[in-house]
Design a protein around this ligand. Sequence first.
Ligand SMILES: C[S@@+](CC[C@H](N)C(=O)[O-])C[C@H]1O[C@@H](n2cnc3c(N)ncnc32)[C@H](O)[C@@H]1O
Length: 341
Amino acid sequence: MKSKNDLNHTLFEIGQVFIKKEGDYENLKFAVDRYKQLMYDLLGLDLEDERNRENLSTETGVAIGPTWAAMCLDDITRTQKFVKGIFEAVEELLSKRKDSRPIHILYAGTGPYATLILPVLASYSEKEVKVTLVEINPDSFDHVIHVFKKLGFEGYLRDTLQVDATKYQFSKEIEIDIVISETMQRALDTECQVPIYLNLQHQFGDDILFIPQQVVLSFGQSQPSSSFDSTPLFEYESLSSVFTLNNNTKRDFLNEEYSIDKESQFKKVSKNFSSQKFSDVVLPVILTEIQVFKNNWIKTNESGLTIPKIVSLDLKGLSDFTLEFHYEISDNPHLNISISQ
Ligand SMILES: C[S@@+](CC[C@H](N)C(=O)[O-])C[C@H]1O[C@@H](n2cnc3c(N)ncnc32)[C@H](O)[C@@H]1O
């Protein structure tokens, strides 16, 4: 077994690969494989165990089980861009801070590994960065505490909470600088990203730096690439953005009390489309783009989180039409789309 110093150094080196301006794919893949091996050596999490594969259903979305949360590490672009964004956000806040108070990061939905934060912690001192870990799944929570102990990272911890981040009310005294949460799937389907964002933004205010800074959903079309030998096989075009999760989202949220529950609603948004040519091969899609931090964007199809979602609406032969979009928070959150009559 490697010593704590060796482990920390490996995490530091992995972080250095992730923050490079233009990481080449081979290096990134190597870094992710090294990261996976390190986590396996630390925790020995059995990814095949049925218990680790059980998701937890809540009234505002699904919290994925430890196996699936651990496997998010494999999404190379996602992991790299989030870690890079977090590094840059920490760096920016440290350079602006006027006192010696550490930057306090709230990590909502850590999974068993706290994947997005470990290379960052390995690069800063406990005087520079503190973290509060929040995880709803009791097994993932136990695992992540174990990881921090094994790495000797307890000194970075401000608090550890096994709670639902869509509902938990933090003490008024707590000062948070950055919130991290990657609790999403493409098209903001199924998981709790939106209600977590709303709950935390309501408590910590508009100035809180949330990572990702924005998630933009747009309605668009997918069609086969025009050239035969081209990769990728499909081309995607955005026709109109229809829902954005950022500091302004709360304006469209109809529950002024901000109690996030399954009755929570957003305003309906109507959009007119003209001269469209949907067909058997030109299909309606929801496209997802994520602004992790500043210039770090995860663009359409670059990650599992931004794979286009085919919409099951029959728009074939319709040239001019109006669609209504409505993001629903429920036990299965998603963007509703209907044709306006
Ligand atoms: C997609 S995984 C991401 C894991 C890890 N942060 C990463 O990026 O690799 C999301 C994690 O958030 C947790 N989670 C989902 N909804 C939550 C909620 N409402 N409150 C707290 N944790 C939640 C899940 O249990 C899961 O471990």
